[in-house]
Structure formats: structure tokens, C-alpha cells
Design a protein. Structure first.
Length: 182
């Protein structure tokens, strides 16, 4: 009986690992994924934004989030109509009439910029680390057949959250430098 309960617990923990990783992947795809793909330049350019004005953007709490620009979006695909659009986290404050190649996601335009990579990269990391920590703890429980002490995993999660912010900042700075040079 004891062996059967242990095997049942191992199976439940194994299923928990799969479910946790599936939920993490789904949340990344749902929340920052499309914007991150657009910012990093996956896929062809969707169109061009002819900038009307740029301004310092703020979030709901009033904190600065970088430069946003509004302008007229001209898509490259035939059959799609042009429209007003926001160029979210622009690389710089563009002058009136500047044409910027963009990729679109969720109704906004994006270009490769250091601040955008920092924002969406850090958001992705901060979203993934808790799920990966939980999955690692559940995997350890399944492997050993007993409930493992979670202190080490909690500490690893805290270190992972800090590392996600550092990696996001470094990636943002590298992209910012690269876009400035090229």
C-alpha cells in the first residue's frame, strides 16, 4: 500500500511538472510573447509607420515607459488598409514624416529598440522564473518519491528573479548599442 501511494504521488508530481510548464508557456504566449517577437524582429516587416509625433509615454501608475510615437501605418500586405497606429517604445524621438519599418502585435507597431527589449524581456523572465522554480521542485519531488524541502528552490527563485532583471537590462543595453552603431 505504501509503495502504491508513493507511486501515485510521483505520478501526480510528474503531471504537475507538465501542467506547470504548459501554463507558463501559455502565459508567455498570451502576455508578452507577441510583442517580444515583434521587438526582436521575428518574421518579415509588416509595414511602415510615417511618424506624426513622438512623446514620453507613461504606464497606468504614471511611470515613464519610454518613447511612443503616433503615425500613419502603411501595411506591406495587399488587401490590408492603412490606419493610425502607435509605435510603442520607439528607439528614438523621430521627426515628423520619418518612415520607420515595423512589425505589429496586438494593434501596436514595434521596432527593435533597447528599451522595448528590456521591457518585454524582463516581463518574460519575471513571468517564467516562478513557474520554472515550481516545476523544478515538483520534478525533484517526483524523482525522490517524497515531498522535498522547498527552501533551496525558493532561494533559487529569488536569485532567478534578480537574474531575469539583470539579463533584461543587459540585453536592452546591447540592443541599444547595436541599434545606435548600425
Amino acid at each position: 500500500m505504501r509503495v502504491a501511494v508513493r507511486k501515485l504521488g510521483q505520478g501526480a508530481a510528474g503531471v504537475g511538472v507538465v501542467v506547470t510548464l504548459a501554463v507558463a508557456g501559455w502565459l508567455v504566449w498570451l502576455l508578452p510573447g507577441p510583442q517580444m517577437a515583434a521587438v526582436l524582429g521575428f518574421g518579415p516587416v509588416d509595414g511602415v509607420v510615417s511618424v506624426h509625433k513622438c512623446y514620453e509615454a507613461t504606464d497606468a501608475e504614471g511611470y515613464a515607459t519610454g518613447t511612443d510615437c503616433t503615425g500613419w501605418y502603411t501595411p506591406r500586405r495587399s488587401g490590408e488598409e492603412g490606419r493610425e497606429i502607435v509605435l510603442d517604445t520607439a528607439d528614438e524621438k523621430y521627426r515628423f514624416g520619418t518612415d520607420v519599418e515595423v512589425r505589429t502585435a496586438r494593434g501596436k507597431a514595434y521596432e527593435l529598440s533597447g528599451s522595448a527589449v528590456f521591457n518585454f524581456g524582463t516581463a518574460t523572465g519575471l513571468l517564467l522564473v516562478p513557474f520554472l522554480t515550481l516545476a523544478a521542485w515538483l520534478f525533484s519531488c517526483a524523482r525522490h518519491g517524497r515531498v522535498e524541502d522547498g527552501e533551496v528552490y525558493f532561494l533559487a527563485g529569488m536569485v532567478g528573479l534578480f537574474a531575469a532583471m539583470v539579463v533584461g537590462a543587459v540585453a536592452g543595453m546591447l540592443v541599444g548599442i547595436a541599434t545606435f552603431i548600425f
